[in-house]
Design a protein around this ligand. Structure first.
Ligand SMILES: *Cc1c(COP(=O)(O)O)cnc(C)c1O
Length: 454
């Protein structure tokens, strides 16, 4: 097919669908997209993937233009009931943490200056102080995410040496983060001990050689092995390791800073707990149960943290001013004892069944005849409290026997503005009020009503 048979730019620009795009997005922007897509289409036509028909090219352009047009506002409404949804950006920030980002980026900031002395200061000073207060650590630091924290900790302390890991903890977190791969990348030699279900203190001890640098303990954050299992407590490990002059690192995953039992949830490991039991470094994420921005937090012995800060890799893994500002603001909620009442993640986890039921009833009434209220459950997600589901009340739209109708409704909600993400179960589209912020209620209901009516 000769490429000159492609419609001209003028012809495409004159098509009524493209004219509509121009009035929505502005002619300049649309022309650029048309020109680029036409050049892409040329090679696809030559290789026979696409026909040069005007309508097919226009529909491709319309799709691409809407994709680009959506860039800018990325807010969505999460009606899935999964609180820490990695695909949906994990933790929504507290309002003061969000404001801290705005304050930092709309002005110059005191990123690396001590205002009292006028001298240069570490960008991590504030967050370091907060981490020490909150966990009792000698020192602390922040990097890009928990994966980076582990890579840096191992590279800076143990490259060319042995690190001992239990076979039960050689886990995959998701997104291709696998413990053995990170060890390899850091230049350490992984020594596996124990079995998938049972590892004892003497397994670790008998694997220690002159070349052993550290024991790495990893919290199996996204699954549970039940039954015939054993793993030594971190206190047991650190006592034994100290005798041999070996370090202990504990990757606890979520970084929960208070006792989850007091809310009737299963125990989540806390950094202060591991430190009190003698761990040299504790590593965790900032955007899981902590409820802050994407970040990897390291707390522990000052001399080891200093080693990490001096390692050339640190510069490549460090966080920016927005991240530091919002993480500090998030940690302040904990300092003030307000984390459970003011951080969205904790508000959602702790929301009462009575309130959820009331809200679901209000929603069903507003949506109309096809909506019913049913009992269901929400999940915490994001590799936190894996066996925990939280009882909830959901609004369900029954699609009868037509599962295609469910898919159609979910797609309509996902593609409109603001996008709404819902789940499908047993031929019903389900909406969980737990993860929908209160202030989103009216626009959420408006969109659902419209989508069902169409
Ligand atoms: C989630 C998780 C990680 C990875 O954390 P990121 O911040 O996503 O890099 C590492 N280890 C454990 C145990 C986790 O749960």
């Amino acid at each position: 097919m000769p490429a000159r048979e492609l419609p001209s730019i003028d012809r495409i620009m004159g098509h009524h669908s493209v004219r509509a795009l121009s009035s929505q997005y502005g002619r300049a922007w649309v022309t650029d997209v048309v020109r680029y897509q036409l050049s892409q289409t040329r090679s696809m036509v030559l290789s026979g993937i696409v026909t040069p028909a005007l309508e097919s090219i226009v529909s491709l352009i319309v799709k691409k233009m809407h994709e680009i047009g959506q860039i800018g506002s990325r807010a969505i409404i999460n009606a899935t009931g999964v609180i820490l949804h990695t695909n949906l950006g994990r933790a929504p920030l507290g309002s003061e943490a969000a404001q801290a980002i705005l304050d930092t980026v709309q002005n110059y900031s005191d990123l690396e200056i001590d205002l009292l002395t006028g001298l240069r200061e570490s960008r991590q000073k504030q967050v370091k102080d907060l981490l020490c207060y909150l966990t009792g650590a000698e020192s602390g630091m922040v990097v890009n995410n928990n994966a980076a924290a582990m890579l840096l900790a191992l590279s800076a302390t143990s490259a060319g040496k042995e690190v001992i890991v239990s076979r039960g903890e050689e886990i995959e977190i998701g997104g291709s983060f696998r413990i053995p791969d990170v060890l390899k990348q850091s230049g350490t030699l992984m020594v596996e001990v124990g079995t998938t279900n049972r590892t004892y203190i003497h397994d670790y001890e008998s694997a220690i050689t002159e070349n052993t640098s550290a024991l790495l303990k990893v919290h199996p954050s996204n699954f549970r092995i039940e039954g015939f299992t054993h793993t030594p407590d971190i206190a047991e490990l650190t006592q034994m390791a100290r005798k041999h002059g070996v370090l202990v690192f504990h990757d606890i995953g979520s970084g929960c800073l208070f006792e989850t039992e007091k809310y009737g949830l299963t125990h989540e490991p806390m950094p202060q707990e591991s430190l009190a039991k003698g761990a040299d470094l504790v590593l965790f994420s900032g955007d899981k149960l902590l409820g802050g921005p994407q970040s990897g937090i390291i707390v522990g012995k000052a001399e080891i943290i200093e080693l990490l800060e001096k390692h050339p890799m640190y510069r490549a893994l460090r966080v920016d001013k927005m991240n530091l500002a919002s993480l500090s603001a998030t940690l302040l909620y904990y300092m003030k004892g307000e984390a459970d009442t003011k951080l969205p993640v904790w508000q959602m986890i702790l929301e009462s069944e009575t309130n959820l039921k009331q809200r679901a009833k209000k929603w069903a009434q507003a949506i109309g005849a096809r909506a019913i209220v049913i009992q269901g459950s929400s999940t915490i997600g994001g590799g936190s409290l894996p066996e925990e589901t939280l009882p909830s009340w959901l609004v369900a739209i029954d699609c009868g026997k037509q599962s295609a109708k469910c898919l159609e409704l979910v797609e309509k909600l996902r593609i409109g503005k603001p996008p709404i993400i819902a789940r499908i179960d047993a031929n019903m589209v389900l909406f969980d009020p737990r993860t929908v912020l209160q202030q989103e209620d009216s626009v959420f209901l408006q969109r659902v009503k419209e989508a069902i009516r169409d």
